[in-house]
Design a protein around this ligand. Structure first.
Ligand code: SAH
Ligand code: SF4
Length: 341
């Protein structure tokens, strides 16, 4: 039995069936979530006999580490193997202001087929369970605790499309809030733009941040980069985004990978500004991470500045993101791609 997959009631039933008093459930849950320890031996206020039995009959998660890389900027990137064999990645990004953000995967591979994305190039393998999504955040959270720090933010922005695994992603989000104490406003879910799920998510009434991967402001170009645009074109996507801002009271973040000579000139920036008219928005610009299966190159810093300035003229707030962990393959799906190679 994977303890991270068990509800509080199931934990209580398990311990009760072993003749343990009820308060043990609370004790165990504190070790699992508040401390986030990775072994039963570390649960020092549980009787040794109980720790042994837990070790024999239960497990702390199901992910095993295959590879890990630490970057000079403090970024930690980890490749896990699922019990079923597939690989997934998670990344921890510490920021100078004390925030620690975990980026977690929701699927092994991805079915959406975005041409520039290493995960999309792999194709779809399987969806993660909510416990597997939670476990990625929990591992970082426990490690940070041991260092006297705290996991402050989680983004569902690793491998996979969260809204193509809607139930598990939503359950993981709820558990990040209830089990790890991370506020909704400190959680962001990133989507390729699945319109019905954006609307469904708006109706959940959460204050969770929504990021939408845009990358192009015309249907022709977006459909070329992101096949999903053929099913849910820009007009419908933007309408759903507007509804999300009304339901959540939050701005939507739009992700834009700057690709040299493709979507990074002044005209593209103006088109984007026009598309975002009337939508409370923030644009995140990320110079493309080059991948094996796509020929594009990242826009240089001059081009990125010009893009930001053009958006600013139209009163669209934008930030150029530094590519975290650029020395460690920390683009979506890229650690796996490089380990495999
Ligand atoms: N499937 C979701 C979340 C995972 S991808 C989504 O698409 O939003 C996380 C982000 O990384 C997305 O904004 C995606 O467009 C972006 N991305 C993927 N490959 C990239 C690359 N090679 N360079 C820069 N950004 C990339
Ligand atoms: Fe999937 Fe997101 Fe990559 Fe597109 S960008 S293939 S949706 S992981």
């Amino acid at each position: 039995m994977d303890l991270y997959a068990a509800s509080p009631e199931e934990l209580e039933a398990l311990l009760g069936s072993w003749g343990e008093p009820r308060f043990r459930t609370g004790q165990l849950r504190r070790w699992l979530y508040e401390r986030g320890v990775a072994s039963f031996e570390a649960m020092t206020d549980l009787p040794a006999s109980l720790r042994r039995r837990l070790g024999d009959e239960a497990s702390l998660g199901t992910l095993s580490v295959v590879a890990e890389q630490h970057s000079r900027d403090g970024t930690r990137k980890r490749l896990y193997r699922l019990a079923t064999g597939e690989r997934i990645e998670s990344v921890l990004m510490p920021y100078g202001d004390g925030r620690n953000t975990a980026c977690v995967s929701t699927q092994a591979g991805c079915a959406m087929g975005c041409t520039f994305c290493a995960t999309g190039q792999m194709g779809f393998a399987r969806s993660l369970t909510s416990a597997q999504i939670l476990e990625q955040a929990l591992r970082f959270s426990g490690e940070l605790k041991a260092e006297g720090k705290r996991l402050s933010n989680v983004v569902l922005m690793g491998m996979g499309e969260p809204f193509h695994n809607y139930e598990a992603s939503l359950d993981a989000i709820r558990r990040l809030m209830s089990d790890l104490g991370i506020g909704a406003r400190h959680i962001t879910v990133s989507t390729v733009g699945l319109v019905p799920q954006i609307r469904r998510f708006a109706a959940e009434g959460l204050q969770v941040g929504l990021a939408v991967s845009l990358h192009a402001a015309t249907d022709a170009q977006r459909s070329e980069l992101m096949p999903v645009n053929r099913r849910w074109p820009l007009a419908e996507l933007m309408a759903a985004c507007r509804d999300y801002t009304e339901a959540s009271g939050r701005r939507v973040t739009f992700e834009w990978a700057l690709i040299e000579g493709v979507n990074d000139d002044v005209r593209a920036a103006r088109r984007l500004a026009r598309l975002l008219r009337g939508v409370p928005a923030h644009v995140n610009l990320i110079p493309l991470n080059p991948t094996r299966g796509y020929g594009g190159a990242p826009t240089g810093s001059g081009g990125a500045e010009r893009f930001v300035a053009t958006l600013a003229e139209a009163h669209v707030p934008a930030t150029v993101r530094v590519r975290r962990g650029i020395d460690i393959d920390a683009g979506c799906g890229q650690l796996y791609a490089s380990v495999k190679a």
